[in-house]
Design a protein around this ligand. Structure first.
Ligand SMILES: C[S@@+](CC[C@H](N)C(=O)[O-])C[C@H]1O[C@@H](n2cnc3c(N)ncnc32)[C@H](O)[C@@H]1O
Length: 270
């Protein structure tokens, strides 16, 4: 798959999802994740400040996207910053679903082949859209066949860490302009407090040194989305860990600590 520095983050996510899948009480079932795991990506996860890597949120946002997509009843889904996401290959989606995987040019090269070699075929039509989400990407999605008059499920797992607040606002502006009534949206994004947390500073410095700085943060995603007409729920990982979120299944103990100021967001376009 692709060669951008941010690519390594997607490989790390596969390691974390594969490890969660291997748990007897897995919060996220992702049998495809192991396909993307290499000794280098395992070593990366283990060496990059393992205690500060915000890994607990990865199965959490994965489960949120799974539950939302499967209950949405929509016929199109868009995964922004798709990377090693394999929902189209592992979830019991309707064959009539069209699943758009959007990522930087080259990042998804070889992905379908790797999955196929491991025996995972797509359960619906998958369309890859190569686009830089910092630019004007909507036309490429529509060009690929996305319908702006039909509801869709939008999922952005682990993307907004790498976009500035202004770029994140622009992506959410575009999603809101493209989303028909009845659409769903899930994503995770740091709260500003996360970037300021002294405990996170060594990890954040390391990510910057690797060429993939965490630059994204939103103070109040639910209010921001409400301005765009979405009905949104947002909860911080630390609130979910404390059992204060009713729209996600309770977390096993291993995903509750360390409690972090990372938002999980679920929204519906009425
Ligand atoms: C942390 S990974 C998450 C991948 C996947 N969603 C997951 O949770 O496993 C971030 C993904 O966002 C993609 N990405 C980062 N910046 C992007 C941009 N400007 N445009 C499109 N994709 C981008 C990366 O290539 C990478 O696949």
């Amino acid at each position: 798959m692709g060669s951008e520095p941010v690519k390594l983050t997607s490989d790390w996510m596969a390691v974390l999802r594969a490890r969660e899948h291997a748990q007897p009480d897995a919060y996220l079932n992702d049998p495809c994740a192991a396909v993307f795991v290499t000794p280098a990506s395992e070593a990366g996860v283990d060496t990059v400040r393992a205690d500060a890597l915000p890994s607990a949120v990865v199965p959490l946002r994965g489960r949120l996207g799974d539950l939302t997509l499967l209950s949405s009843g929509v016929r199109q889904a868009v995964c922004l910053g798709s990377g090693t996401d394999a929902r189209a290959y592992r979830l019991p989606v309707e064959p009539s679903l069209v699943y758009y995987e959007v990522d930087l040019p080259g990042q998804l090269d070889g992905k379908a082949e790797l999955l196929a070699a491991a025996g995972f075929g797509a359960r619906c039509e998958v369309r890859v859209v190569e686009a830089d989400l910092r630019l004007d990407w909507g036309p490429a999605l529509v060009e690929a066949g996305f319908s702006v008059t039909e509801p869709a499920c939008w999922i952005a797992d682990g993307l907004f860490y790498y976009l500035t607040p202004a770029q994140t606002h622009a992506v959410l502006d575009s999603v809101s302009a493209l989303a028909a009534p009845g659409s769903w949206l899930t994503f995770d994004v740091p709260h500003e407090l996360f970037l300021q947390d002294p405990v996170m500073q060594p990890f954040l410095r390391e990510m910057a040194l690797r060429g993939v700085p965490f630059v994204g943060a939103l103070r109040d995603p639910a209010t921001l989305l409400a301005r765009h007409g979405w009905s949104a729920s947002a909860a911080l990982h630390r609130e979910i860990a404390a059992g204060a979120c009713r729209w996600l299944p309770p977390l096993p103990q291993r995903l509750r600590t360390p409690a972090m100021d990372l938002w999980l967001v679920r929204a519906r376009h009425p």
